[in-house]
Design a protein around this ligand. Sequence first.
Ligand code: HEC
Length: 98
Amino acid sequence: MKKVACMLISVAAVSLMAADGEAIYKSKCFSCHGDKASKAALNKSQIIAGWDVSKIVGSVNGYKNGEGGPMKNVMKPIATALSDDDLKAVATAIASYK
Ligand code: HEC
């Protein structure tokens, strides 16, 4: 029973965070990745709209660890500034952009 309650709470938390993710996207990502993540950031990145949450999280965490493409230094400070919760929320928002 305890486990079920936990799962319900985390589902509720995820849907609350999805709203936040939208706000985080607009304030921190929109300027480069464009409306609904539909642009190549600085004409260099892949178009990330509709990527799986896990792919976005993995890729942003990669930047924290110094991985990434030729423009990775642009993403590193942005990635480092995001908490895990904020990253999950913004990734959920981006995954919903199709
Ligand atoms: C200052 C411009 C800028 C901002 C702001 C920005 N990005 Fe990026 N992003 C880039 C660039 C440039 C790349 C390509 C980097 C590289 O060469 O790996 C990129 C790559 C990415 C990638 C991987 C795509 C790929 O090509 O592999 C993801 C995922 C991503 N950004 C997510 C985000 C998220 C989430 C935010 C907001 C929290 C954000 N970005 C904000 C410029 C930006």
